[in-house]
Design a protein around this ligand. Structure first.
Ligand SMILES: CC(C)(COP(=O)(O)OP(=O)(O)OC[C@H]1O[C@@H](n2cnc3c(N)ncnc32)[C@H](O)[C@@H]1OP(=O)(O)O)[C@@H](O)C(=O)NCCC(=O)NCCSC(=O)C[C@H](O)C(=O)O
Ligand SMILES: [Mg+2]
Length: 270
C-alpha cells in the first residue's frame, strides 16, 4: 500500500476468534478488514485466534485490503502475534496503544505498513512524532481506550475528547499520512452512526473504523463525495481563472481548486 493509493473509507474490525464473522466479512463492502487479535479476543483464545487469522489471510479476501491488529508493545501476547503474521501478505499491521515511536520497533522488521493507534493521553502528546516516523502509514483513533484513560463518565460523548481528536488529525496531516476515526459502539443506532461518520469526515478523517456489518455501507457513503459535492466541484473547476476571484458570492483561490480536483479524482476512483 502506498500513500498514492486512496485511503480506505471503511475499516471493519473482525475478531479473529469469530469464525462466522471471518466468513461473513468476505461479502461485506468494507474497504479494509482489520482482523483483530487484541481486545476482541479473550486471553485464553489468543492462540486459536492466531491460527484462524493465518488461515483466513492465507485463503484471501478478494478485492479487500487486509490488516491485522496485534497486541501492543509490552503485552505478553505480542511476540506470538508477530510470529503469526510473519510472512503473510498484509496491507497493514495495526499496533494498538502506541505511546511513542519506540513502540513501533518490534514490528518494523516485518516491512508491512504500520497503522498506529492513538488511544492514551501520552499518545496524544506524542502523535506528531509517531506520525512522522517513516514506518507509520496511518493513525487510528482509539477513543474507547482514550475515554477510559481520561476517566470520562459513561456516555460523556466525543465533546470531551475534541482536543485529542483534532490532535490526531493534525499530527497525521503534518506527517503526510492517513488518519481514521474511532468506532461507534451503539450498533443498533443507525442515525447516530451516520451523524458521527459525517462528523468524522468534517473533522478531516479519511475514513472510520467499524465494528459491525450494518455500519459499512453508511460509512462508505459518508466518506464518499456526494452527487452535490461532485457537481459543485466540477462547476468550481470550470469557473476557476487562477488566483483570487469572486465565485458564487465567496472568494476562491488555488487551494479551493486543488481541493475540488482532489474530490473529483476521489469520486472517479470510487
Ligand atoms: C459488537 C458485536 C459483539 C455484536 O455481536 P452480535 O450481537 O452477535 O452481532 P449480530 O448478531 O448483530 O451480527 C449479525 C451478523 O453479522 C456478523 N458480524 C457481527 N459483527 C461482525 C464483524 N465485526 N465482522 C464481520 N461479521 C460480523 C455476525 O456473525 C452475524 O452474522 P450472521 O450469523 O450471518 O447473521 C460484534 O459485532 C463484534 O464482535 N464486533 C467486532 C468487535 C471488535 O472487533 N472489537 C474490537 C475492535 S473495536 C476497538 O477495540 C476500538 C479501539 O481499540 C478503542 O479503544 O476504541
Ligand atoms: Mg483500544
Amino acid at each position: 500500500m502506498t500513500q498514492a493509493e486512496f485511503a480506505p473509507r471503511s475499516l471493519l474490525y473482525v475478531p479473529a476468534s469469530n469464525a462466522r464473522a471471518l466468513e461473513k466479512a468476505h461479502a461485506l463492502a468494507a474497504d479494509m478488514l482489520i482482523i483483530d487479535l487484541e481486545d476482541a479476543v479473550p486471553a485464553d483464545r489468543k492462540a486459536e485466534a492466531r491460527g484462524a487469522m493465518r488461515a483466513a489471510v492465507t485463503a484471501g479476501f478478494s478485492g479487500k485490503r487486509i490488516a491485522v491488529r496485534i497486541n501492543g508493545t509490552g503485552s505478553p501476547h505480542q511476540a506470538a502475534d508477530l510470529a503469526a503474521v510473519s510472512g503473510l501478505a498484509l496491507d497493514g499491521l495495526v499496533l494498538p496503544k502506541v505511546d511513542a515511536p519506540t513502540d513501533l520497533d518490534p514490528a518494523r522488521a516485518l516491512g508491512v505498513p504500520l497503522f498506529a493507534m492513538i488511544e492514551t493521553p501520552a499518545a496524544i502528546y506524542a502523535a506528531r512524532a509517531i506520525a512522522a516516523d517513516p514506518a507509520t502509514h496511518g493513525l487510528i483513533a482509539g477513543l474507547n481506550d482514550l475515554a477510559h484513560e481520561l476517566r470520562l463518565p459513561d456516555g460523556a460523548g466525543r465533546g470531551a475528547m475534541s482536543h485529542a481528536i483534532q490532535a490526531i488529525v493534525l499530527a497525521a496531516r503534518a506527517g503526510g499520512i492517513w488518519c481514521f476515526d474511532g468506532v461507534y459502539n451503539a450498533i443498533d443506532d443507525a442515525p447516530g452512526f451516520v451523524a458521527e461518520a459525517r462528523e468524522g469526515r468534517a473533522l478531516g478523517f479519511d475514513g472510520k473504523t467499524l465494528i459491525h456489518p450494518s455500519q459499512v455501507e453508511a460509512c462508505n457513503s459518508a466518506f464518499a463525495p456526494s452527487e452535490r459535492e461532485i457537481a459543485a466541484a466540477e462547476a468550481l473547476v470550470a469557473a476557476a481563472t487562477g488566483g483570487a476571484q469572486r465565485y458564487e458570492g465567496r472568494m476562491i483561490e488555488d487551494m479551493h481548486v486543488a481541493a475540488a480536483k482532489a474530490l473529483l479524482e476521489r469520486a472517479d476512483r470510487g
